[in-house]
Design a protein around this ligand. Sequence first.
Ligand code: COA
Length: 394
Amino acid sequence: MARYSHIVGWGMYTPEHVVTNEDLAKIVETNDAWIRSRTGIRERHLVDNPQESSSTLAARAARAALERAGLPPTALDMIILATSSPDHLFPATACIVQDAIGATNAGAYDLSAACSGFVYGMAMAHGLIVSGQANTVMVIGAETLSRLVDWSDRNTCVLFGDGAGAVILQGREEPGGFLASVLGADGSGAGLLTLPAGGSRLPASVETVRRGDHYIKMDGKAVFRFATRVMANATRQVVEKAGLTLDDVELIVPHQANVRIIESSVVRQLKFPREKVFVNLERYGNTSTASIPMALTEAVETGRLKQGDHVVLVGFGAGLTWAAALIQWGPPIPLLPRWQRWWHQAWYPFHRARSAWRRGLRRVLAAWLGTKERSQEEFEGLRSRAGLKKEKKE
Ligand code: COA
């Protein structure tokens, strides 16, 4: 029996704090007119609380997607989290989210393909589902790029925003859902958009921090040229791979980096109607891996997709990478009755307590083992003082 993977849940979360172009003009030499005309961005949401990070935003989006799907966290078999701003180099941010939402039956890993990461993640989820290795997979894109941006560099700081978006893919027998994908990379352009320090190539040091190598570096013009070319090509290729034409596509949800990139690639090169392209970057800026799931969530919630519609998700990013997926939208997903949703919500505090208990237990165990080690040392000391320990020969 053929298996298909359908999107059955979606959700997003952005931090409350909004930073407008005028706010940025107070910290770097820029202005609203320049930012709007060169990028289309009006404002962005940024974390302003040290407790917030990519994992906390991701967990909020994940909970929203689960609620929309009417699924408890325990239904997830796998969490794939695409991010360029993980909480740590390791452990994977996906594992922190797995614990935060109590997805106790799920494997979890991070995926690093920059802004194309979410579409890469969807292709991986589809592969797991159709090969029978998993049935319910959550794909998250989550970023707190504001923590990696040089707030004195006007070339980059005006572009990015923080946020998270998530979808849940589930195996079904009805045809449709994820139809095709195109994934590409060109590492010869790795230096065009990079965060040089903090990895094994250039470990963090006083010197790297002094040089600002722990911040995002970008050749904006080169990335722009690359983006306009690959967005159009990848869209064409994925439509062809699905055996369709652009006329069959009801909506394109592109990576929300710059409205000029979207217009010159998708609209002008593909001659695709502007009204069938979903754009929300004016309110969020470029949220990297989160931009496509956030835009998709808003597109669904505003009624832009109905059953049977074909939607193309297409992105590009550091690497260089690019990715496109073609999805046939499934039947509407009814919301669960309030009491059942409440029952699912009750899992979160329960699991938080369980997780705290496990952490406590580990600490107690570690302390106990530590005592044992000290006892062993004391024991050795006693033995040697009692002359039971043989003297080491010189
Ligand atoms: N405010 C005011 N002026 C700015 C500015 C800002 N925030 N940032 C740059 N400028 C200046 C430049 O210094 C330059 O001045 P100069 O001519 O005196 O040197 C001038 O504006 C034009 O800069 P330029 O680089 O030609 O602008 P651009 O039209 O290429 O737009 C980007 C710059 C970054 C918006 C554009 O190149 C871009 O979007 N690139 C892709 C970036 C991207 O999407 N990255 C993420 C990939 S996932």
